[in-house]
Design a protein around this ligand. Structure first.
Ligand SMILES: [Zn+2]
Length: 330
């Protein structure tokens, strides 16, 4: 029974009702045209439309739910200041609890974050793909993590539930939550990059230009169908000396080029309403051992993206760092 006296471990500092871009069919059409036009400035071949969400339980997604529809929310938990300049090891979280904090127990959650060092015993990139616990259903953890193999400096991608049975993560995460229902979604196809922006930044900046101070947040999944991407994976040990700049951080991270097909888990917000947000964050996994943090594709001539997205109805900021800085958000 709730006593009302329980200490809230991770304060939900801000909740925001996001800009409504789906109130009527005219707004949806405007939204599609805005995205189409913005992407066309950066890609040779673009097609934006509303479709029925493909069955995400099928290959290549293999998610525990069929879709990304119903009561969509974005949650940013913690932040880069808990990782840099030095790690704060008190900052550990649980996706089942996050689902309750955002008033959606049983939510399907995907996104990008730091792996649960509290369970793994080392630091890693985390790709949450979780149907959280509800009264009716036990939770399902379809998450992956990518880590550096200290023996040879190579990397490993593993399905989290193969060895571990908790729903933890740590330090920071950008999450997109929904009821995991089938339904209408925005399909985005973009081929051959002609501009400088990555796929996600292009959509985010396009929305910022059109919607201005009204933040629009989106999440979902996209596949890099052809080409390669630049990616990073954090080392297994946290840095013992403070990392105080983008340059120091980049010396600490391990960078790789990874090849399609990659299943990406993007979360982005067009404009920070003053919540100290990371505006975009995308991690990815694959079925051939590649996985990590997406920076951009390195093959503009051949790259092909296919994505399914929805705008979020609400934005939640959980356990926002009190002391902050602006580096390490690329
Ligand atoms: Zn990341």
């Amino acid at each position: 029974m709730l006593t009302g006296k329980e200490e809230r471990k991770w304060p939900v500092l801000n909740t925001l009702f996001m800009c409504q871009v789906w109130r009527n069919s005219l707004e949806v059409i405007v939204f599609l045209l805005v995205l189409q036009k913005g992407l066309k400035d950066n890609f040779a071949d673009v097609q934006v439309s509303v479709v029925d969400c493909p069955d995400l339980t099928k290959e290549p997604f293999t998610f525990p739910v069929k879709g990304i529809c119903g009561k969509t929310r974005i949650a940013e938990v913690g932040g880069v200041p808990y990782l840099l300049p030095l790690v704060n090891k008190k900052k550990v979280y649980d996706l089942n609890k996050v689902a309750k904090e955002i008033k959606l127990p049983g939510a399907f959650i995907l996104g990008a974050g730091a792996g649960p060092f509290q369970t793994l015993g080392f630091n890693s990139e985390f790709m949450p793909v979780v149907q959280t616990e509800s009264e009716h259903k036990p939770p399902v953890n379809g998450s992956y993590f990518a880590c550096i193999n200290p023996k040879d400096g190579g990397y490993l991608l593993e399905k989290y539930s193969e060895k571990y049975h908790d729903f933890g993560f740590a330090l920071l995460a950008n999450l997109f939550a929904s009821e995991g229902q089938p339904g209408k979604v925005i399909e985005v196809k973009a081929k051959r990059r002609t501009g400088k922006l990555n796929f996600v930044t292009c959509m985010r900046q396009t929305l910022e230009k059109h919607y201005g101070d009204k933040p629009v947040g989106m999440g979902g999944t996209f596949i890099v169908q052809k080409g390669k991407v630049k990616t990073h994976i954090m080392p297994p040990e946290f840095s013992s000396c403070p990392l105080n700049s983008e340059e120091e951080l980049n010396k600490w991270l391990h960078f790789y080029e990874m090849k399609a097909p990659l299943i990406c888990l993007p979360v982005f917000v067009s404009k920070d309403p003053g919540f100290d947000l990371r505006l975009e964050h995308t991690h990815f996994f694959s079925h051939h051992g590649d996985g990590g943090h997406y920076h951009y594709d390195t093959t503009p001539e051949t790259v092909e993206y296919l994505g399914y997205f929805l705008p979020a109805e609400f934005l939640y900021r959980i356990d926002r760092p009190k002391e902050t800085h602006s580096f390490g958000r690329d």
